[in-house]
Design a protein. Sequence first.
Length: 366
Amino acid sequence: DSFDTGGYEHYLLKEIHEQPTSVERTLSGRLDERFSTAHLGGLNLDARELREIRRVKILGCGSAYYAGEMGAQLIEELARVPAHSEPASEFRYRNPVIEADTLYVAVSQSGETYDTLAAVQEIKRKGGRVLGVVNTVGSAIARECDGGIYLHAGPEVSVASTKAFTSTVVAFALLALHFGRIHDLSPADGRRIVSALQALPDQIREVLDQSEAIAELAAEYAGSAGMMFIGRVRGYPVAREGAQKLKEISYVHAEAYPASELKHGPLALISPELPTVALVPDDELLDKNLTTLGEIKARSGRVIAVAHKRPEDRLVDHCVLVPKSEPELDPLLLNIPLQLLAYHAAVALGRDVDKPRNLAKSVTVE
Ligand code: AGP
């Protein structure tokens, strides 16, 4: 039964642990190994129409917006079509230019978020085409869109989004793969992404197996006055979502910054009282990220790295290792330890984990 905690202490922990199977459901029947692509039956857009798209604009609120940022990067990297994510709540207030060759994508777990629904209605009123990336079948946003991708992640009860977030990014990976293969993504690169997507559920299990070690870390750091989350390029939306999750359920202040921006201001905040969670994937930006860790340690900052390879001891206080995917998909796995960190910090502080103060699961009013 999806509506009990299934033996877990909270819905949130249950939903975090459901991710290997919810990702399998998002992928189910959609990967094509023969042609190294993805099939998405609900798009209502044929290859010719998709090829005419010159830009992708993604809209969502909160974590849906951050998942959209990961989606935009996937679309740019795999399909080489400019893509950008924007808070739906801002978009609808700024009289946006609606273009015929832009594909608009609305992201919502509940499918009932008023700001996102209003943005979709505004785009449609002005003749734009909108796809939905939605979890709840038959919801208002799903009904309003011209087509889309259902997540099939199953009901998400806890206010903080975890499994729907991950499935949203997986859905964007499928869209980017499909889009890429009718643009100029090579069969070899398509194959690389198909295999990496197939490997995700087991890799997520490997991260979840570290829950106890992350609980110890969370207990050590939960009393901090605040935490800094940093990442570069693909790592930045991970940092934003990690900071959001910590704020939402533990009420610990958290800031997310691009690692490259630290020296332009927030480095002044670094001290032993403000620990940093750093996303350090083993990719083309590894050396840059390690240099940033050195800058933090030189200011007596404490560092928790979420990495593929443990950096030298002088650069980190703690390290959580995650399995390596393909670089474009690494953000998905780097995010999972941050969910556990936020969850265990909230538990350590005695928070109301599934129903944090001041928040509703879906904001259906203006
Ligand atoms: C996520 O942890 C938050 N509770 C919140 O930011 C949420 O993602 C946002 O309100 C959008 O909800 P939706 O996906 O149902 O539209």
